[in-house]
Design a protein around this ligand. Structure first.
Ligand code: NAD
Length: 487
């Protein structure tokens, strides 16, 4: 399929109650290719009224979907998984076009995103309660789980497919209906995926899609509506805080997958080959635009020079370009704002005394490119040690001993993921206990897995996605007491 055939096959409306339709006020939004700056296509941009229509549809569909046998819900997800495998290339190319990631990485995301469909298809029929005598022996306690109700899902632009399936799959498996709002920068993958769900047999109203250029007012109206029972958000911490405040009025269940500032610790006893390979993945996957991206490379002073030299050499071999081109390993950043923000972080560190080993300056257009960059000896106080970089900039800071490394790693308001490289089992175990983090890669540079509870501590969020925990985000618990049937 050519690029234009693929783009023409993507629904360009809002999905409300099983129908693709234009926005009520006719508004549309252009979707750009970040590698060229050219308009790929345009899609409908929802008004507040469209958002509320979508919630209305999700609310009406909820009783029927909640009462659908778990196995039927599971089979829908399984059919969707199978269809996604057949259409892997379409989804991979579409993500590369609208988001910019290299095609090989887009294919990996189709694999990863698809696995949420399979995992929650397998989990749907395994939700069980419990029954037993109370400790006093005077009654029987029954614990059951029930879908929370209509959910509002907000996703970011950096993983257009996986962030959608990570929310939609457990919601549907649990018996919930959803309204999803993808990022307006990358709405196409969500629309194509919603059509795939329809092709797999999705009943009307169970999934509704409302892309919009004005997420604030529409989200506020949906969140304030008492029919909504759950908000699941993936995005930046400031927007997450705002939404949590809005959700307080309705005492909504919330899941918040927010920002990160991952430390990547390399101890003197680490296998350096392994650490360098993992660093390349933890830093440069998705051109550094991942919440799990390693943000601060804390390296023991005795090996910092060698680590820096090896990383710099590897970075020189990366190829920047449009993600569709063979051999490209660094795609564009999502937009000009991202290029400017990345440049400022590099400049700030250099002005404070960091050493620039490679990269460092944004490329001229077209497209929004920033080259892979390595900074050594980054001094304390540099903004990029505090803020999420969200670009291909690898910042190295030497440390002297384990206590100092732990103190530096924990010196952040975030706590999403940490990476530790050491040859010592005991040290690895100490890091598991000492680092304030929701996830940890111990001698590995990528941890995401649909079977694992993904999520952060502190300002990195609330709740978990994936694993058994991911399903319970969409279930509420009921406890019932009955008298002892023998009394
Ligand atoms: P963002 O917060 O700007 O946007 C995320 C989503 O929220 C988008 O759909 C956007 O349209 C919407 N949004 C923005 N303002 C809103 C408002 N006032 N009301 C309602 N919705 C609003 O984040 P981004 O730039 O798209 O994504 C990058 C951020 O996402 C990074 O901080 C990254 O760490 C985080 N992220 C976290 C995870 C995780 O699982 N923890 C995964 C991916 C990305």
């Amino acid at each position: 399929m050519t690029e234009s055939e693929l783009l023409a096959s993507v629904p360009d409306g809002l999905l409300v109650d099983g129908q693709w339709r234009p926005a009520s006020d006719g508004a549309r939004v252009d979707v750009l290719d970040p590698a060229t700056g050219q308009v790929l296509t345009s899609v409908a941009s929802a008004s507040v009224a469209d958002g509320l229509d979508a919630l209305d549809a999700a609310d009406r569909a909820f009783p029927g979907w909640a009462a659908t046998p778990a196995r039927e819900r599971a089979e829908l997800l399984r059919r969707a998984f199978d269809l996604l495998q057949e259409r892997r290339e379409e989804f991979a190319l579409l993500m590369t076009l609208e988001m910019g990631k290299p095609l090989a990485e887009a294919r990996t995301e189709v694999g990863y995103g698809g696995e949420f469909l399979r995992w929650f298809s397998e989990s749907a029929a395994h939700v069980q309660g419990r029954y037993g005598a109370n400790p006093e022996g005077t009654g029987r306690m029954i614990v059951t789980h029930h879908p929370v109700g209509p959910c509002y899902l907000i996703t970011p632009w950096n993983f257009p497919l996986a962030m959608a399936t990570r929310k939609i799959a457990p919601a549907l498996a649990a018996g919930c209906t959803v309204v999803i709002k993808p990022a307006a920068l990358t709405p196409l993958t969500t629309s194509l995926f919603a059509q795939l769900l329809i092709d797999a047999g999705l009943p009307p109203g169970v999934v509704n899609v409302v892309t919009t250029t004005a997420p604030g007012p529409m989200s506020e109206a949906i969140i304030a509506d008492p029919r909504l029972r759950k908000l699941s958000f993936t995005g930046s911490t400031p927007v997450g805080r705002l939404l949590l405040a809005q959700a307080a009025d309705g005492v909504l269940r919330t899941s918040m997958e927010l920002g990160g500032n991952a430390p990547f610790l390399v101890f003197a006893d680490a296998d350096l080959d392994r650490a360098v390979d993992a660093a390349m993945i933890a830093k440069f996957r998705n051109t550094g635009q991942a919440c799990t991206a390693a943000n601060r490379f804390l390296v023991h002073s005795s090996i910092a020079a060698e680590f820096t030299a090896r990383i710099t050499e590897r970075v020189r071999s990366l190829t920047m370009g449009r993600g569709t081109e063979p051999g490209v390993t660094i795609g564009p950043l999502i937009d000009e704002k991202a290029v400017a923000a990345t440049g400022q972080l590099v400049q700030d560190a250099v002005e404070r005394g960091a050493r620039l080993h490679v990269g460092g300056t944004a490329s001229d257009g077209p497209g929004t490119f920033f080259p892979a960059t390595v900074l050594g000896n980054v001094p304390p106080g540099s903004a990029l040690l505090r803020e999420e970089i969200f670009g291909p900039v690898l910042a190295i800071v030497p440390f002297e001993d384990e206590d100092q490394a732990v103190a530096m790693a924990n010196d952040t308001e975030y706590g999403l993921v940490s990476y530790v490289f050491t040859g010592s089992l005991a040290r690895g175990q100490r890091m598991v206990e000492r680092l304030r983090t929701g996830m940890m890669g111990l001698n590995v540079g990528a941890v995401s897995n649909p079977a694992a509870p993904f999520g952060g501590w502190q300002s990195s969020g609330l709740g978990r996605e994936g694993g058994e925990e991911g399903m319970h985000e969409y279930l509420q618990t009921k406890y019932t007491l009955t008298p002892d049937p023998f009394a």
